[in-house]
Ligand binder design. Sequence first.
Ligand code: UDP
Length: 363
Amino acid sequence: MSQQPRVLLTGGAGYIGSHTAVALIEAGYAPVLVDDFSNSSPAVLKRLEQLTGQPVVCERGDVQDRPWVEGLLRRHACQATIHLAGFKAVGESVAQPLKYYRNNVGGLISVMQAMQAVDCRAIVFSSSATVYGDPASVPIDETFACAPESPYAHSKLVCEQMLAAQAKAQADWRVGVLRYFNPVGAHPSGQIGEDPGGVPNNLMPYIAQVAVGQREKLQVFGNDYPTPDGTGVRDYLHVTDLALGHVAAVKRLLQCPGSFTVNLGTGAGTSVLGVLRAFERASGRSVPFEFVPRRAGDVAQYFADASLAASVLGWRASHGIEAMCRDAWHWQQRNPLGYAGEVAHELRGSGEKSRLGSFSDAI
Ligand code: UDP
C-alpha cells in the first residue's frame, strides 16, 4: 500500500478539481477524486493519467449521500478532504436558490458528518471572494465584512460559518477556508482546462471562444465604472497557482493544528479591456467587442490582499495575466469543443456509484 497521504477531492473532475488533482499528485499526495459529473466530463480522467503518468482514482456519486462518502473515506483511509463539489453559477442561484443551498450547504454537511464518523478531521473548503459582496475599498483582506449578494455567495458563507462552528465545538477539527478570486487559464500542457458547456458566463472562456471563431464578439458589460479605463477590474488567478494553493493548504492542515481563512488571488487587478488586449497578444487574433450596459450585480473593482496566504501557507501566485491568456488560448485551440467528443472512459461496476474504469485498480 502506498504511503502517500490520501486526500478525498470532491468535485475532482471539474475545472479546479482536475488542476488540483495534478498538483496533489506532483506534490506526493494520493487524491481520491469524487464527482457526479453533473458539470464535468469523465474524459478528463484519461487526460489526468496522461499528464501525471499515474493511475487516477475516481469514484462516481453524489456527496450528499453521507453513508457513501463515509464508506469512501474508510475504504481509502483518507487523512483529509478538499471539498470543491458545488454549484457555482451566480445567476442560476438567484433564480433557483434552494437548489444552491441544498447542494452547497447540504453537500458540506454530508461530507463533514462522514468525516466525523471516521475520525477524519482536516478539511480544505473552496469558498469564494464573492462572500465579501461589494467591498468598501480594495485591496480586500480577510478582515473585511462579509456581505454576500447572491444565494450562491451566501451558500458559501453559510458553509464557512458551519465549518467555524464545528472547529469551535471540536478542537481537533482543522479547517482551511480558501476564498478564491477569479480562476482562469489552463494547464500549460493544454490537456486540461475549463469546459464551461453552452454560453460561458465568465470573461476568459468567452474571450477564448471569440478568438477561436465560435462566437462573434465579446460584450463588455459596462464602460462607465470608476476604474482607469471604465471597465470592471478583477483579480485573475492562474488555475495552476490556485491548485498549488490547495496543496499548500492541505499540507499545512496535516502538519499543524488550527484553522485559517485566506484569500487566494494575485493582489493585482486587471480590467476587462486589459484582459482582452492581453488575450489578443497571446493569441495573435483580434477579439471584436462592443460595450453594453453593466451586468446586474457586478461591482467595479475587486482584488485581493493576498499577504495572509503568503504568511500562513507560504503561497504566492507566480503567473501573470500574459501566462493566463497564453494557457487559456493553448487549451482552447487544442480543445475547441472542450472535452466533448472525447471517448469517455467506460464506466465499470454496477449502479449509480460505480468505480471508474481501471482507475480504481491503483488502490
Ligand atoms: N464580463 C464582461 N463580458 C462577459 C463576461 C464578463 O464584460 O461576457 C466582465 C464582468 O462584468 C466583470 C469581469 O468581466 O467585470 C469578470 O467577470 P466574470 O463573470 O468572469 O467573473 P466575476 O468577477 O463576475 O465573478
